[in-house]
Design a protein around this ligand. Structure first.
Ligand SMILES: *[C@@H]1O[C@H](CO)[C@@H](O)[C@H](O)[C@H]1NC(C)=O
Ligand SMILES: *[C@@H]1O[C@H](CO)[C@@H](O)[C@H](O)[C@H]1NC(C)=O
Length: 267
C-alpha cells in the first residue's frame, strides 16, 4: 500500500489477513443479526450488528481461520511514517507491530447513509496496547528524538469516529461493500509510552525524555495526531476492505439494493 499526502506519508504493510478477491463467506453466520435500512430503528440494530462483527473478527471464523484470522492481536509487518518540517518532524519505521485491545471495543453507534451507503461509526476502546520495534529520527515538542529499539504505547479510553465511503458491487449474486475511503477523528484521556534505547543507549537522556513525554502526553499526542490519524485510517481501510470483500453486505443489511439499482446499468 502506498499513500502520499502533502505533509506526511504512511506506508502500511499488513500481512495478517490475506485471501483472494473471489473468496467470500458462503453462508451467513447465525449469530450475526440482520438489519433493514427501512426500519426506523436501523441505527440501533446496526450498532448491535457491528458489535457482533467485532466479536466475530476477534474470535475468528472457525471454518475459515486461515482466511480470517483474529484481529486481536492485530499484526502489522511494517509502518513507515514520514512527516515534514514543522513543530513535529518524524522519519520513523515501526516493524513487528502488534496491536491489542480490539477484544474490548464497544460500538457506540453505527450509522449507514441510505443514499450513498457511507458509514459513520463511533467506537470506544478503553485500553489498547501497541508493541513494536522502532527506528526513529525526528523532533516532537522541540525535543530531538533519535534511536532504535523496542517501544510500547498504551492509549486509554480512545473514542474514535470513523467516516467511511463505500461503493456497492455485486459478486456471486450478493451485494458487497467496497470501502473506498476512511476518515478518522479520535480523542483519548490518557497515553502511556516507552521508547527503549533512545539516543542509542544514553540512559540518563533516555529516562528524562521518556518521563517528559509521559508527563506531557497530551501535547505529544496532539502534535502527532495527524500522522496517527492517517495511520489508523490506512489500517482501517485495509482491514475493512478485506473484511467486506469477504462478508456480503446483504448478510447484515437485508434490504441493501443491488448496485445497478443505485448507480444504473453501467455501474
Ligand atoms: C528516513 O530515514 C531513512 C532510514 O534512515 C533514510 O533512508 C531516508 O532517506 C530518510 N528520509 C528522509 C526524508 O529524511
Ligand atoms: C473498489 O474500489 C477501488 C477504488 O475505487 C477500485 O479500484 C476497485 O476495483 C473496487 N473493487 C471492486 C471489487 O469493485
Amino acid at each position: 500500500m502506498f499513500k502520499f499526502q502533502n505533509i506526511y506519508i504512511v506506508y502500511i504493510f499488513l500481512t495478517n489477513i490475506c485471501w483472494g478477491q473471489d473468496d467470500f463467506l458462503q453462508t451467513k453466520p447465525d449469530y450475526l443479526q440482520t438489519c433493514k435500512l427501512a426500519d426506523p430503528e436501523f441505527t440501533k440494530c446496526s450498532t448491535k450488528t457491528v458489535q457482533q462483527l467485532f466479536t466475530l473478527l476477534v474470535e475468528g471464523i472457525e471454518e475459515v481461520k486461515n482466511l480470517l484470522p483474529s484481529i486481536d492481536p492485530l499484526s502489522i509487518d511494517e509502518i513507515r511514517l514520514l512527516q515534514g518540517n514543522g513543530p513535529v518532524s518524524i522519519n520513523a519505521t515501526l516493524t513487528d507491530v502488534t496491536v491489542r485491545g480490539f477484544d474490548k471495543v464497544k460500538v457506540i453507534e453505527s450509522q449507514v447513509n441510505s443514499k450513498d451507503f457511507s458509514w459513520i461509526t463511533t467506537l470506544f476502546l478503553p485500553k489498547m496496547r501497541i508493541d513494536a520495534q522502532y527506528d526513529l529520527k525526528g523532533k516532537i515538542l522541540i525535543i530531538p528524538l533519535v534511536g532504535h529499539g523496542s517501544l510500547w504505547l498504551e492509549p486509554v479510553n480512545m473514542r474514535v469516529v470513523m467516516n467511511a465511503k463505500t461503493r456497492l458491487y455485486e459478486k456471486g449474486g450478493h451485494t458487497f461493500y467496497n470501502v473506498t475511503e476512511t476518515k478518522i477523528d479520535y480523542e483519548l484521556t490518557g497515553l502511556k509510552l516507552r521508547l527503549n534505547n533512545l539516543f542509542d543507549g544514553l540512559k540518563a537522556l533516555e529516562e528524562s525524555t521518556n518521563k517528559f513525554m509521559n508527563d506531557n502526553w497530551k501535547l505529544a499526542s496532539d502534535s502527532l495526531k495527524p500522522i496517527i490519524a492517517k495511520t489508523i485510517e490506512d489500517i482501517m481501510l485495509d482491514l475493512l476492505q478485506k473484511v467486506f470483500h469477504f462478508l456480503p453486505a446483504d448478510y447484515i443489511v437485508t434490504d441493501i439494493p443491488k448496485p445497478r439499482d443505485v448507480y444504473g446499468q453501467d455501474y
